[in-house]
Design a protein around this ligand. Structure first.
Ligand SMILES: Cc1cc2nc3c(=O)[nH]c(=O)nc-3n(C[C@H](O)[C@H](O)[C@H](O)COP(=O)(O)OP(=O)(O)OC[C@H]3O[C@@H](n4cnc5c(N)ncnc54)[C@H](O)[C@@H]3O)c2cc1C
Length: 423
């Protein structure tokens, strides 16, 4: 196990006991709220999980300490705090297997690394097949995944029924369950905790986390980035990394760049809490719905993206209706539940449903975006390789295929099958 870098002295059983004596009123703040300095070595725009992870790894691995994370709202308030937390690495192509498996391995030690419980739960992620064709394609995908050394197993309807007693596997369904495949090392984590854990650990290493500060311009001179304009004034920087998910297109325009990204709403919802009845994550791409049960007992549901472009962080009613219709058919007990909350985020999708981790034509300006419907699972891996790119100004082997160059060379990484609907 690596040394505990993230404020290890502050969260421990002894700290818990000591603070209990003062009714838990004297806990130190998890991170500071500093005023922005006039200049930083590196500025990260966007305080989601990916931006905070980037800042943490820049400080912890590359020794760069004069860093600011600039967030227009509050940290984790974007897609990081709005997603349904599915984590898996069972993607089709080698390039995707590289980045998502790198992330999954980091997830496995993240709670210890950050000294913050991110509640990573390897409860398995099961994907259902609803037709012969889907099942055949799934078998092929399972082989490809296993060739990359990633765990993946095909399941029969009987095995699925045993694992998930609430599912209806009768052959008369509109979309019958013909089989599926599972990644047992996949699962879920607590999304807010990921943002808070990285924020606390980065702050501990001297990173300034500046919330309520919107970036409104990217300053350049002679083809090189020199800083940013913000709602709290100008801040100079030698390097700027943009990690703004659904707003990446908007931020890129500030530097005169045009990214091949669509921003669209993606919704999720939870039911009222019930007793434990589901201890795995189940995705069903053909009927556009997926389900898991949170630690609080709520059933967590998600759908595919809404079909129109928008920055509104809310989606349309027909998408939710379609998701619930499919849900009730597959899991009849749902019909008796009330919906507690619905919400949406803005997801940033590239034409090949793969992310961008890249330098740009502006020296010292980098983008990490395009994670679309499935970037939460990549958070530690994405931050890790993006920090490396910013520090060395060269992509490493894992990041290189995700460069913007692929849209010129045509070497796309088409993950629509694994990522277009699924998360
Ligand atoms: C409903 C839903 C369900 C999802 N389910 C899953 C899932 O199950 N599994 C999975 O892997 N992924 C899932 N995702 C996708 C995942 O949430 C994202 O890919 C991931 O969280 C992106 O993280 P991020 O840090 O890049 O972005 P964000 O968390 O969105 O952070 C970007 C930040 O940039 C800030 N920002 C934007 N513009 C500016 C500006 N001008 N100045 C300063 N700050 C700015 C925003 O306020 C925001 O906080 C889901 C997404 C949604 C919406």
């Amino acid at each position: 196990m690596r040394a505990l870098k993230g404020g290890s002295s502050r969260y421990s059983i002894f700290a818990l006991a000591r603070n209990a004596l003062s009714y838990h009123e004297n806990w130190q703040k998890a991170w500071r709220s500093p005023e922005p300095k006039p200049e930083y070595d590196v500025i990260i725009v966007g305080g989601g999980g990916h931006g905070l992870a980037t800042a943490y790894y820049l400080a912890s691995i590359h020794g760069i300490r004069n860093i600011a994370v600039i967030e227009k709202g509050w940290i984790g308030g974007g897609n990081t705090g709005r997603n349904t937390t599915i984590i898996r690495s069972n993607y089709l192509w080698d390039e995707s297997a590289g980045i998502y498996e790198h992330a999954l391995k980091l997830w496995e030690g993240l709670t210890q690394e950050l000294n913050f419980n991110v509640m990573f739960s390897q409860r398995g992620v099961l994907t259902l097949a609803h037709s012969e064709h889907e099942l055949k394609e799934m078998r092929r995908r399972v082989e490809a995944i296993r060739l990359n050394g990633i765990d993946s197993e095909v399941m029969t309807p009987a095995q699925i029924k045993k694992l998930v007693p609430i599912i209806d596997t009768s052959p008369t369904l509109r979309y019958p369950v013909m089989g599926g495949f599972i990644q047992k090392r996949g699962g879920t984590a607590r999304h807010d905790a990921v943002a808070w854990g990285y924020a606390r650990a980065a702050d501990d290493l001297g990173v300034d986390i500046i919330q309520n500060c919107e970036v409104t311009g990217i300053l350049r001179e002679g083809g090189k980035v020199t800083g940013i304009e913000t709602s709290r004034g100008t801040i100079k920087a030698k390097k700027v990394g943009c990690v703004t998910a659904g707003h990446s297109g908007v931020v890129a325009e500030m530097a005169g760049l045009h990214l091949p990204i669509d921003s669209r709403p993606l919704q999720a919802l939870v039911s009222e809490p019930i007793k434990p009845c589901l201890d795995t994550v189940i995705m069903s791409n053909a009927v556009h719905m997926y389900i898991s049960q949170s630690d609080k007992g709520e059933l967590v549901f998600g759908a595919g993206v809404d079909s129109y472009n928008s920055y509104s962080q809310r989606g349309s009613v027909p998408t939710v209706e379609g998701l619930l219709a499919a849900g009730v058919e597959l899991y009849p007990i749902i019909s008796r539940l009330r919906v507690l909350r619905t919400w949406g985020g803005i997801v940033d999708t590239c034409p090949d449903a793969s992310p961008i981790i890249s330098k740009t034509s502006v020296d010292g300006l980098y983008f990490n975006c395009g994670w679309g419907t499935g970037g939460f699972k990549a958070t530690p891996g994405s931050g890790h390789v993006f920090a490396d790119l910013i520090a060395r100004d060269e992509p490493n082997k894992i990041a290189a295929p995700f460069s913007l160059k692929r849209f010129e060379t045509g070497y796309l990484i088409d993950e629509h099958g694994a990522a277009g609907v699924a998360h």
